[in-house]
Each structure stands twice: as C-alpha cells, then as structure tokens.
Design a protein around this ligand. Structure first.
Ligand code: SF4
Length: 138
C-alpha cells in the first residue's frame, strides 16, 4: 500500500541539541531513507518522550485519534521512521538501547511499516563502515 503519511520519531536526548533540520530537509528532498517517497506525502515528527521510550504509546495514540478525525489516511498507509540518531551508532550517541521496546509499542498501536533511519550522513556512514564507532549493542 502506498505511503501517504510519514512520521519521524526522534531520540528525545538528541532533540535537546538538534532541531531536526537535516531529517526534515531529507524528507522534503526525498533523500536518504525517504528516497522514492511521493510528493504528496504528509509529514510529522515528534520525539520518543525520553528513555525508555514509553511516551511513544501516548503520542501515537494522540496521533491516531487526530488521523482518524481529520484525514482519510489509514494506519497501513503510514511509514514510521525511527530517526538515524535513534537507529544508528554515530558521533554523538549510540543506537537507542530501547529500540526493540519502542518497535513493540508501535506494533501494539497497529502500525506495521517501520523504517530504521531518516537523514543519512555520508560522513557518519563512512565512519560506521570503517568501524570507527564502537557499539555497546554488538
Ligand atoms: S529511549 Fe532511545 S530514542 Fe528515546 S531518549 Fe532514550 S535513547 Fe533516545
């Protein structure tokens, strides 16, 4: 089913120092994890609400209510992107240690299209390939 709405969930800790500019720009330019995304796709972003990500449940519940009330878009037409700051090891942070728990919440709320990543930094990708970021999750 074609995606009509994109949600980016950002790491709340990363959000304290990041405006989300690069992820938003990637979405509008259909770059990185948004390649192939249609021009008429709508977009919203919010944070996980802080560790352990439990806040995602209430935020998705709120979103779902408004989605139903104000649009004809179904949950099947939504892609939820877990932002790169959440899904990858990078200079500032490690991959979110609660990401599987958060995915479980998303599934429980009835959303099945989950994508890891948003803005893809070429520099960070290269460093990851070179093994320069040490993961504590390995
Ligand atoms: S739960 Fe994960 S994504 Fe959310 S603030 Fe904590 S580390 Fe960041």
């Amino acid at each position: 089913m074609a995606v009509k709405y994109v949600i980016i969930i950002q790491c709340d800790i990363a959000h304290r120092r990041c405006s989300g500019f690069a992820c938003t720009k990637s979405f509008y330019n259909k770059e990185g994890a948004f390649e192939g995304c249609g021009e008429d796709v709508q977009y919203i972003s919010f944070t996980c609400g802080g560790c352990c990500g439990k806040g995602v449940a209430a935020k998705l519940e709120h979103f779902s209510r408004h989605l139903k009330k104000h649009t004809t878009v179904t949950k099947e037409e939504i892609a939820i992107h877990l932002s790169s700051c959440m899904a990858t090891d990078n200079y500032h942070y490690d991959r979110c240690p609660h990401i599987d728990y958060i995915k479980g919440i998303i599934s429980k709320k009835g959303y099945s299209n989950v994508v890891e990543g948003s803005y893809i930094s070429k520099g960070a990708e290269k460093k990851r390939e070179e093994g320069k970021y040490h993961s504590y999750n390995a």
